[in-house]
Write a protein that binds this ligand. Structure first.
Ligand code: GCO
Length: 489
């Protein structure tokens, strides 16, 4: 039934609101009581918990041919027809290379005390190796000094997918172990020069995605569709690159510099939290990450991984796994979605992976299924399986439509819903003593979302890419309150 454009359901809602308005005194009283009794209504995080935001060089910097920067595989890839959904490029992106001071103020306005950014390898070594660009690190020195001057701790990621094209041309990029070695040389060069101020370094962002999307599905640079054996070999070279980079940081950085990966862990969640299903989820998490995170934390490939890979298993030198398993100081976890729901196995299999129904709820990106408990189980599994003592959530956040209303504001209550529920589950983990030390919200501001171009917005700040105007969304106010209270309301 519709009446003057209102449906029955709408009327019912209005009626409910009016009833509430009538009893607003009592409602107000309840609300105030909650605020007056903050302990009861707030999920407080441990004292000293680090709140931050994250971005990556290629997605925000622009200035792709400035100050000696070489080209990256993404510069090449975005100019290939049909690869980017809106035919856009990151040639300018957020123009962060020139606007970094303004953007540091955006971080400061949130009250965030940490910022995870990445360093563009092609700015430092335009040819990937050999002669460094004398201006290569200058931008990052400026950025780090600006962050520190504003009380914000810098966390640097050495590789967030922007491989120098010269290495792709010369060696086939990560298809060759020469790239693993070049990455270690780059890592040592950078760590030696920034570790007087940057105390925490992530090696490689999301091996899982860069390998599968770049070399399997072809939707990310370098856009290849390789057979499984070659995909496994690429993943081995990325893992080797991580390990050799850890060794290079240990050799060249200031004493006390911390280093570790930032990985999009395949997180397996018990569909029902029974002990048998939880154990199955732990086993599944170890096996589904066997090609990278498990190899880093155990210094070997699991028997099941090698047996399952069979003839497609990577070939490697004996010392490779020792390098891959180099001791690390923390594990960064990028957590967005419930990768797998699991129940206990049957017929001798250790776990059962459950299919997702077509109606399973998602956010604005088709891959982004909603499953807040993923951010509880991911760090809990890593701590339990490998006795990791320091974990950061290096990315969590969501895309949303983010259409400004007539008043120019962005009421992204969908993003707030997402964040509140995920942070509530992260709080559960910290309550149970899971050693999560900090959280980096993805992302500070809307940016170039890889093959989705500018069509998927993940920022706390809305960016008008025509004017470069940054506008805080409602979620920026939400996150500022979370940081101020060190709690989720
Ligand atoms: C990733 C990347 C980010 C993405 C973000 C949203 O995790 O895929 O680190 O660069 O932009 O995750 O997809």
């Amino acid at each position: 039934m519709r009446f003057n454009g209102f449906s029955r359901r709408h009327f019912a809602k209005i009626a409910a609101w009016s009833a509430l308005a009538i009893s607003s005194k009592s409602a107000e009283g309840v609300a105030n009581a909650a605020v007056q009794n903050p302990k009861g209504s707030l999920a407080a995080f441990p004292r000293g918990f680090l709140w931050g935001t994250a971005t990556s060089a290629y997605q925000i910097e622009g200035a792709i041919d400035e100050d000696g920067r070489g080209i990256s595989i993404w510069d090449r890839f975005v100019h290939l027809n049909g690869k980017i959904i809106d035919q856009s490029t990151a040639d300018v992106a957020n123009d962060h290379y020139h606007r970094y001071k303004e953007d540091v103020q955006l971080i400061k306005a949130l009250g965030a005390k940490a910022y995870r950014f990445s360093i563009a390898w092609p700015r430092v070594f335009p040819e990937g190796a050999g002669t460094p660009n004398p201006k290569g690190l200058d931008f990052y020195h400026r950025l780090v000094d600006e962050l520190l001057a504003n009380g914000i701790e810098p966390f640097a990621t050495l590789y967030h997918w922007d491989l120098p094209q010269a290495l792709q041309d010369r060696y086939g990029g990560w298809r060759s172990r020469e790239t693993s070695k070049a990455f270690a040389d780059y890592a040592g060069y950078v760590a030696e020069r920034i570790s007087d101020r940057v105390k925490s370094i992530f090696t490689i962002n999301e091996c899982g995605r860069l390998v599968q999307a770049g070399f399997g599905m072809g939707i990310d640079a370098p856009g290849l569709n390789l057979p499984q054996k070659e995909i496994n070999q690429v993943r081995h070279h990325v893992a080797l690159g991580h390990g050799l980079a850890v060794q290079a940081v240990r050799a060249h950085a200031r004493r006390g510099t911390r280093v570790g990966p930032a990985e999009n862990i395949e997180v397996c969640i018990p569909a029902i939290e029974t002990p048998a299903n939880v154990r199955a989820a732990e086993i599944a998490t170890r096996e589904l990450n066997a090609g990278y995170l498990t190899a880093i934390l155990e210094g070997k490939y699991t028997d099941a991984f090698l047996a399952y890979a069979g003839a497609n298993a990577p070939t490697y030198e004996p010392e490779d796994l020792k390098a891959i398993g180099s001791p690390i100081d923390f594990v960064g976890l990028n957590v967005y979605q419930p990768n797998q729901y699991v129940t206990a196995g049957e017929n001798g299999h250790p776990f059962t992976l459950l299919p997702f129904p077509a109606t399973y709820p998602r956010m604005d990106s088709s891959w982004l299924r909603i499953g807040p408990e993923a951010i509880y189980w991911a760090p809990r599994h890593v701590a339990k399986l490998w006795n990791v003592k320091s974990i950061y959530i290096t990315e969590n956040g969501t895309s949303a439509a983010d259409k400004p209303t007539e008043d120019g504001k962005v009421y992204d209550i969908d993003r707030i819903m997402f964040l509140r529920n995920y942070l509530g589950q992260l709080h559960r983990a910290t309550l149970e003593g899971v050693p999560v030390k900090g959280y980096f919200l993805w992302s500070l501001m809307d940016n170039f979302e890889w093959s989705d171009g500018y069509e998927k917005r993940f920022g706390l700040y809305h960016v008008d890419f025509k004017t470069q105007r940054r506008t805080p969304k409602l979620s920026a106010s939400f996150y500022r309150e979370v940081i101020k209270q060190n709690a989720v309301m």
